[in-house]
Ligand binder design. Structure first.
Ligand SMILES: [Zn+2]
Length: 173
């Protein structure tokens, strides 16, 4: 069914709700029921008969969503996207916070990492594979103005990293 009358954001919500309901039925044993909206006997909405199955499916969806946000953010960094661009995609707007969006985006991604990958509680890092040199890069976050100072692990001959270093030298002059 095509829905022309709602925004893309609202349509995305309906798609995710539908998938959670489906998982509640297929994985957690619930069944769908059609309920009538109060005062509107001709309009029905699809619900499930076991709300606890709905909770289980929704928790799984939340955990998957968090993991996917991290995975795509690390992929974006590997493809030379900036923390500012990732902040924009995350819906972090400069006007809403005192901190810079890039720093908030980094903290969100780095803090969401599973514990075994954390170096320590004091030193947060993001890790991603650089598409330019193929090496695993440790990203200390956008705290220093120059990307070249925030990343370790690029290959000695990495063109992306060399360009970042050259750009930071030009700004210093
Ligand atoms: Zn590289």
């Amino acid at each position: 069914m095509t829905r022309y009358d709602i925004t893309p954001g609202a349509r995305a919500v309906l798609v995710v709700q539908d998938q959670i309901r489906r998982a509640a039925c297929e994985v957690h044993g619930a069944s769908t029921v059609e309920t009538h909206l109060e005062g509107l006997p001709f309009i029905t909405r699809t619900d499930i008969d076991d709300p606890l199955a709905g909770i289980r499916a929704a928790v799984a969806a939340r955990n998957v969503a968090n993991a996917e946000i991290r995975r795509y953010a690390e992929q974006a960094r590997g493809a030379a996207r900036t923390w500012d661009e990732i902040a924009e995609a995350l819906g972090i707007r400069a006007a809403d916070f005192e901190e810079l969006p890039a720093i908030l985006a980094f903290l969100l991604i780095a803090e969401n990492r599973p514990l075994p990958f954390r170096e320590s509680f004091h030193r947060l890092d993001a890790w991603w594979r650089c598409e330019s040199c193929g090496k695993r890069v440790r990203d200390h976050g956008p705290f220093d103005g120059h990307p070249a100072n925030n990343e370790t692990g690029h290959d000695r001959l990495c063109r992306r990293h060399a360009a970042d270093i050259a750009a930071s030298r030009i700004e210093e002059v």
